[in-house]
Design a protein around this ligand. Structure first.
Ligand code: HEM
Length: 510
């Protein structure tokens, strides 16, 4: 056995390729398919002369090379994905007529992409951050993209605050250094709805041991419509079957230097070795009447629906059993669009969700082009409509009529989809109403007092202090005020930790 053979599966894909292509005798071609006679030398005038413009092999290669990158995702740029299936284990047809849940035992092919939120494509996997958990279901009614995180809540609860929060997390515009602790603590201390998610970020769950060892959550509120047209609100949960495991800050820091792609490697190796990760899907269900009277705004994604009020209902299982065969084609070009829902599943007035319905398709039209939905990894089983042409189209739908209505057997309205469209009476005054100052502390208090054990509370405080010590005192104290509203003792311990153990940066008046 060569030394190379002792490495993990993710390090040996080239060896695997060679093994599987022993009979490979393809010759190199240009992008035009023309055979290349000599790849290692440009076409020059003698051995000392300049290169000729007619060196089509060189031009073909340089032109392609300088166009290799597409814009990376503006958030969630670093990630890894795998293919698999969703199997229905329980009947929820009383709530939804969505084809994906129609029959117990039925299978739907899926692809799941896990990611970090704030870092770029090369960022270390083990940085403290939320993790993305996005699932594409390829159903008979088209694509259903459920784009969630490993957290049931989020920092802000109105789409208009999302880009500002992300700016505060990203690189400083002067130094290009990240994180900018002043920006982070300034933003979250000024927007108290972020308190619940910020607190959770500093618990052990802020750094999962791998993508396989964390739960997933749809987080936003969606709706279900059943065959009789009855409508419920719902939330999606994915319970990790591998067991939750997290990394200590010091272990995460060590791995960030040693193996920045630690999670990607772990996922690839596990699947390659037949250790297929799975998650059980559950839903929470709320009637419109309950939504009208619930003690929390059910459309505010900085809060959960308490499980005691809305218990988890089991639905099915997702399992990942196949690695991508090419990262760029199948992961970088993978596009989850929150606006992709199927009949039986619909939206809610959740302000974050409303913004997301627009934003994903919009960014993907920029990132992948107008026909990105036709790339093999994104394409639905069926595509029949009146959209045509555009850059890099794969299927322009042949000779089918390109206008509607028509008398020539072009695709028609779908009666079932129409019936499953929720009919929601709406009224109210058009206004801009800041919802960031509702009760932001009682659920965070439950997390702090009831969910976390003493030792985890201790680590959470240490983790918070690690970051708080790196901002100035005014901002740190303002941030601590929010945590004191969660729990007086938590506030006091943070204040004490800040004063005792740090040489504070010079006071900056704001
Ligand atoms: C209004 C709020 C939000 C906006 C405007 C927004 C916007 C975006 C954008 C522009 C992308 C890049 C998509 C791409 O290039 O394909 C993205 C990716 C993502 N977002 Fe959001 N986002 C929001 C909130 C959320 C929330 C609340 C969650 C989780 C519950 C979430 C989860 C994700 C995930 C997992 C991805 C990565 C998808 C992938 O793997 O390709 N986002 N978001």
């Amino acid at each position: 056995m060569s030394t190379l053979d002792t490495r993990d599966a993710a390090s040996k894909v080239l060896l695997e390729y060679a093994k599987n292509h022993e009979k490979n005798d393809n010759s190199i071609t240009t992008d035009g398919g023309n055979p290349v006679g000599q790849k290692e030398a440009s076409l020059t005038v003698g051995s000392l002369g300049p290169i000729l413009l007619q060196d089509t092999v060189l031009i073909d290669e340089l032109a392609h090379f300088s166009r290799e990158r597409i814009p990376e995702r503006v958030v969630h740029a670093k990630g890894a994905a795998a293919f698999g299936k969703f199997i229905v284990t329980h009947d929820i047809t009383q709530y939804t007529d969505a084809c994906v849940f129609a029959t117990i035992g039925s299978e739907t092919s899926i692809v799941v992409r896990f990611s970090q939120v704030a870092g770029e494509r090369g960022y270390p996997d083990t940085y403290r951050d939320l993790r993305g958990f996005a699932i594409k279901f390829n159903t008979n009614d088209g694509i259903w993209d459920l784009v969630g995180n490993n957290s049931p809540i989020f920092f802000v609860n109105d789409a208009i605050n999302f880009p500002m929060f992300i700016h505060a997390l990203k690189r400083n515009p002067v130094t290009n250094v990240r994180p900018d602790y002043d920006a982070f603590w300034d933003f979250v201390s000024l927007r108290p709805e972020s308190t619940h998610q910020t607190l959770q970020l500093f618990t052990d769950r802020g750094i999962p041991a791998s993508y396989r060892k964390m739960h997933g959550y749809g987080a936003n509120t969606f709706s279900f419509i059943n065959a009789a047209g009855k409508f419920h609100y719902c939330k999606f949960h994915f319970k990790c079957q591998q067991g939750i495991e997290n990394l200590s800050q010091s272990e995460a820091d060590r791995l960030a230097g040693l193996d920045p792609d630690y999670y990607a490697r772990d996922l690839y190796n596990a699947i390659h070795n037949g250790d297929f990760p799975s998650w059980d899907m559950h839903v929470q269900i709320m009637t419109p009447e309950q939504a009208a009277t619930y003690s929390y705004n059910p459309f505010d994604n900085s809060k959960v629906w308490l499980h005691k009020d809305f218990p988890l209902i089991p639905v099915g299982r997702i399992t990942l059993d196949q690695n991508p065969t090419n990262y760029f084609a199948e992961v970088e070009q993978l596009a989850f669009d929150v606006s992709h829902v199927i009949p039986g599943i619909d939206f809610s007035p959740d302000r974050m969700l409303q913004g997301r319905i627009f934003n994903y398709g919009d960014t993907q039209r920029y990132r992948l082009g107008i026909n990105g939905t036709q790339l093999p990894v994104n394409e639905p089983f069926k595509l029949h409509n009146y959209n045509r042409d555009g850059q890099s189209i794969l299927k322009s739908q042949g000779g089918a009529p390109n206008y509607f209505p028509n008398s020539f057997r072009g695709p028609k309205n779908n009666i079932r989809a129409r019936a499953l469209q929720p009919k929601i009476p709406l009224n109210g005054l058009v206004d801009r109403i800041d919802n960031g100052f509702d009760d932001n502390y009682s659920q965070a208090s439950l997390l702090w007092r009831r969910v976390l054990k003493d030792d985890e509370r201790h680590r959470t405080i240490e983790n918070m202090l690690n970051w708080l010590r790196q901002t100035n005192r005014v901002i740190a104290l303002r941030a601590i005020e929010n945590f004191a509203n969660v729990d007086q003792a938590l506030g006091a311990r943070l204040r004490e930790g800040l004063d005792k153990q740090v040489k504070l940066p010079a006071h900056v008046s704001l």
